[in-house]
Ligand binder design. Structure first.
Ligand code: ATP
Length: 452
């Protein structure tokens, strides 16, 4: 029946769409693929760039946050200081229930999880979560380096460099986007848990004693961030880490969870890491890492509030949330039909506008190519001339393009094009000379109307 809407309820539908339309491919597919690694195709790479761009802007538009881009390979002692070497280089068991991992020789009671007390432990195995490699030509233990398992440490070790050069006073934050690698025991659910992924992390340095206040502020800010891109509120929630669930460095932790077709899962963590990391780096490097507060004349090691989001997981949540099937009239025949729409917020949409000449006649092609070139100066626009107009609309709906611009024979006379809106399917006639401004205005004022 017209107007009926169905949202995503199985992951496979999305996986197929992603492959068919060029969002995500299996890595090294022609060789049979490699487990837990994925490649982003032409549309995926645009979507991912938008996910990162919006996060980066939301952080660095603030005067109290600046960015860094640290190397993936870091001094191996970094990972001793952070706890990753000790935590992950011995025979490990993983609790299937609370996902805590323990060295077998650290179990307080054989066969029982130290954290939740349950007995659902995996078989012990030599397991290092970090990918190891060698620096330089000699493969001996002195040359071992790791692919970073998180971007956070690149921020901590640069705390003083950034604070001094950017002349920042506490509280201030450092943001970073970059690849991280984890040799996950149980990867899966498409791009949800992979062995190579990207993180978007921000560490906010605060005065001890003010940490919980900043923690609460960031917690709220990060949830509203997702809501501001139209994520359906019923698909977002907080999960508080209980006493036993807290990581060794954390004083308090909340996850923002998204309701994926495979259940509620973390997309971002907000952690109060106390002064753990800076103190550890002080200890292991032998260098003082302190902040001198001019106003109170006090010296202290700052506390850290961390917001740690996965780029690939945010992208998967964006796709899952945007997917809908609607019963609407076919725009060629008027008959009821099911259309698939990725109802992205326009800022996230990989393609903002598609230009569709009604026929392949050179005079229409010339106009549509010109419009497409003009739009492409400001955002991603696509030229599509194959198939009926209705089919082309559907093709664009399925990848979430907010606007289709049709160039027809009347355009030759009135110098206007038909703009068809993705969500409402309504059409308006707009002058070619002002088309770029019109689309930019529409993108800015998007309110998330859906077809009625
Ligand atoms: P999980 O409990 O799901 O393993 P985590 O608590 O280990 O996640 P963090 O170390 O807090 O995750 O990392 C911060 C963010 O990085 C996560 O919220 C997630 O979005 C992303 N992330 C972590 N591990 C992976 C992975 N293997 N694949 C994709 N994204 C990941």
């Amino acid at each position: 029946m017209s107007g009926q809407t169905r949202y995503l309820n199985d992951l496979q539908t999305l996986v197929s769409l992603c492959k068919r339309r060029g969002f995500v491919f299996q890595s090294s597919e022609i060789y049979g693929g490699i487990n837990a690694c994925w490649d982003y195709g032409p549309l995926g790479v645009e979507l991912k760039a938008n996910v990162k761009k919006l996060w980066w802007k939301s952080m660095t538009k603030r005067q109290d946050i600046v960015g860094v881009d640290a190397a993936i390979l870091m001094h191996p002692t970094v990972w001793k200081a952070s706890g990753h070497v000790d935590g992950f280089s011995d025979p490990l068991v993983e609790c299937k229930d609370c996902k805590s991992r323990f060295r077998v020789d650290h179990l307080k009671e054989a066969g029982k999880c130290n954290n939740c007390g349950k007995t659902s432990l995996s078989e012990p195995r030599m397991f290092n979560l970090m990918f190891k490699t060698f620096m330089g030509p000699v493969e001996d233990s002195a040359a071992v380096v790791y692919l970073r398992p998180e971007t956070a440490q690149g921020i901590f070790v640069n705390f003083e460099n950034v604070q001094v050069t950017a002349r920042k006073k506490i509280p201030f934050g450092i943001a970073q986007i970059g690849k991280a690698f984890r040799n996950e025991i149980t990867p899966g659910n498409f791009i949800f848990r992979t062995r190579e992924f990207e993180q978007m992390e921000m560490q906010y340095f605060v005065k001890p004693g003010t940490d919980m206040e900043h923690f609460e502020t960031w917690k709220a800010a990060r949830k509203s961030y997702y809501e501001s891109f139209g994520f359906r509120p019923e698909n977002l929630r907080f999960h508080q880490h209980g006493e036993g669930e807290l990581a060794h460095y954390a004083r308090a932790a909340f996850d923002i969870e998204y309701k994926f077709p495979f259940g509620w899962q973390e997309i971002e963590g907000i952690h109060n890491r106390s002064d753990f990391d800076l103190t550890q780096h002080q200890k292991f490097s032998g260098k003082k890492i302190e902040y001198f507060d001019e106003s109170s004349k006090e010296k202290f090691v700052p506390f850290v509030i961390e917001t740690s989001a996965g780029c690939d997981r945010t992208l998967l949540a964006t796709l899952s949330d945007a997917y809908r099937e609607e019963v609407v009239p076919d725009e060629d025949t008027g008959k009821e039909d099911v259309r698939v729409v990725l109802g992205f917020h326009p800022e996230l949409a990989p393609v903002k506008a598609a230009v569709l000449p009604l026929s392949k006649k050179p005079e229409l092609q010339e106009i549509s190519n010109r419009i497409c070139a003009e739009l492409s100066e400001d955002f991603v626009a696509q030229h599509d001339e194959a198939g009926s107009i209705g089919k082309r609309y559907r093709r664009q709906d399925e990848v979430g393009t907010p606007f289709c611009l049709t160039v027809d024979f009347q355009s030759l006379e009135d110098q206007c094009v038909t703009v068809r809106h993705r969500d409402t399917m309504k059409q308006s006639r707009v002058s070619m000379s002002g088309i770029s401004t019109y689309i930019k205005e529409q993108l800015k004022n998007f309110r998330g109307e859906v077809w009625k």
